[in-house]
Structures are given as C-alpha cells and as structure tokens.
Design a protein. Sequence first.
Lengths: 117, 279
Amino acid sequence: MNMATPRPQLVPSTYLFDGRMAMKGYDLNRMCYSFNTADNRKKFKAFPEAYCRAYHLTREQVHAVTDLDVLRLLQLGGNIYYLAKLAGIYGMSVQDLGAERPGLRPDELRAMPVTRA
Amino acid sequence: MARIIGALASSHIPSLGTALSAGRQQEPCCKPFFDGCLPVLRWLEEEQPDVAVVLYNDHGLNFFLDNLPTFAVGAATEYGCLDEGWGKPALPPFNGYPELSWHLIDSLVEQEFDIAMCQQLAVDHAFINPLRLFWPGENPPAIRTVPVAINTVQFPLPRPARCYALGKAIGKAVADWPTDEKVVVIGSGGLSHQLDGERAGLINKAFDEMCMEALLHDPAKLARLSSRDLLREAGAQGAELIMWLAARGALHGTVSKIHSSYHIPIANTSAGLLALANR
C-alpha cells in the first residue's frame, strides 16, 4: 500500500482512524496524550509552539494545533479522543470539536436535537 | 457456581459524570435519563449483586497507540480514576476482584480469547459513569469489579460478532466460578453519536431503537453487522455498541427486559439505557 496516497473516505464525512492515520498522527497524538498531566498542560499553554516542536510535530500540524483547526488536525492524523485533551486546554468540550463542522457554532450544535446525515 | 443475574447497558457521556458530581440530575438536559435509571436502581436494590464485570472502552487514559490491546482484562485490587486531561476526578478508586479477574483471564485464554492482562489499570469515564449511575452516592460502590476494555480508538476494531462471542465466553467463565456470587455485566457506551468530522452531531434514532429491540430478542442480528455498518449507521463513536453486544452475549439463560429508556440528546449523544434480567 502506498502510504502517501490519500484514500477516499470509506464512510462519508467520517475520518477512519486506521493504521495509516495512526502512523501519520503518532507524534501529534502522543503530544495530546501527554496532556493527561496537569503540569504538561501548563507547559503547553505557556509555549505552545515549543511544546509541539519537542514532540516533533510537522510544520503543518503545529499550525493546525495553534489555530485549533480540528478538521485539519483530523486530516493530519489526529484522533478525536486525544484531540479532546488538547481542546480541553482551551476550555472547549468534545462537542465544541464537533462544531468545527462548517457553518455550525458550538451553541448551534448543542441546540440541534436530532440529525440524520 | 456464580450466576449472571443480568446485563445493564448505558451510555457513559462525560457530562453525566459532571452532572452527578454537581448534583444536577434534575436539570432538564439530564433529568429524563437519570429518572430512567430509577427502575434499575430498584432492581439492583432487590438483587444485591456482588460483582460487576464492566465492558468499556478506554479513551486514551490507560492505553496509548504505542501498545493498544484489542481486548484487555484488569486484574488489580483497585482501579484508580486518573486525570483524562481535564483534572483528576475527586473519586476514590473502585474495588477490584483479582481472584475472579485471573479466573476470567484463564478461562478466556482457554476459550481462545488471547486478551491483554493488566495488573495496573487506570479507568476513565467509560468505566466510572455507569457505576456511578447504578450505585449513586456510594464512593466507591461496595461492589467488586472486573474491567474488560475493548478497543474503539483505532481501526481495525474487533468485529461485533467477536465482541458478542467474547461476552459468551465471559458468561461461561462466570458460570464456572465456584462461588454462589451474583454477577451483573455492564456494557458501557453508545448509542449513536459522532463527535468529529463533517458529520459530527449525527444521531440515528431508528437505528438505536432497532438495536435496543434486537439486544433483547435477536442479538445475533447485531452480531452480523460489520464495524463499518456501525460507523455508517451509528456514527464514528456509535461503534461503542459493541460493548452492549458483548454484555448481552454473557446472558445465556432466559432473558427478559427489566427496563429501557432512550433520551436525545445529551451532549450530541443518544443516551440509552437497557437493563436485562437473565434467568
């Protein structure tokens, strides 16, 4: 398998976190996993870019982290469970991550009771 | 011999834990869900189970991608509630039951489930929240626990049929445990929800209702689904249905419904509850 070739999404609008994505996002997710420790959250918050570099994130991943561009982070191998820890540092919940869906704000998403994509 | 008296399946949405800690069970967002637990609490009060085998998925607390087991069984004397990234919960550790854990491990491997064995295991909201729901006000609950973690973080996930078979193997292991203890199996997760991507916010009520019905009368029907079917119909995190299916698999007697409830949404998620008795 050519790991560099993007594959079509197997389920529409859903990022399947498989081996290929797990390899791509390993350092990014490893950094987010470090946020299970309060001290590391503090260090990240003080110097986000330096913290990212210490975990060997790519330039693109660093930008996506500092912009908190969640869709981009997912495309760059971020896993939602780990990204949730990053979001927490910015006082965002898991739903707020979902609200990265184009055109929907967190409060709108919370107000939306039922959807069927 | 020990006896599985039933299975309790519940969503484990983090905000349920927050509501419990803040005493906000009666607020409009969560009230229907917490009220839905009351018949289950009455049943537990009557039955007084001794042990809970808890099928749940770790959300990046204990396991990282460097070493991610498909199935893992805890074998510790206690299970600590550690910091998931939002601060350490102010909760004491949950009671373990290492003797039963090792019996389960021996039996599962004998039945060809080559699980990971964990003498240390930190537990997250997926393990904690159902126990807090079903044994409210007890910190920690007196009940002894055996955690069984199933991977839903990274594909490939175990197939629904495999999870159902794991549940059956757990049922057999418990039936071979030489005590007269009463065991309840807990399936934690679901129902339909998707946290991320362009399809975030997905809820599929028709599919959830079909699953709750099938879990009672025809679980084999759900075991025929693929992981991709689950992803498509129930959303990326709706794959947690495999925990419910595994819990159902452990019931090998005559199964009847004690109670079910369904409430949407709590924090983007279909909050479901299903309690089944096994006779």
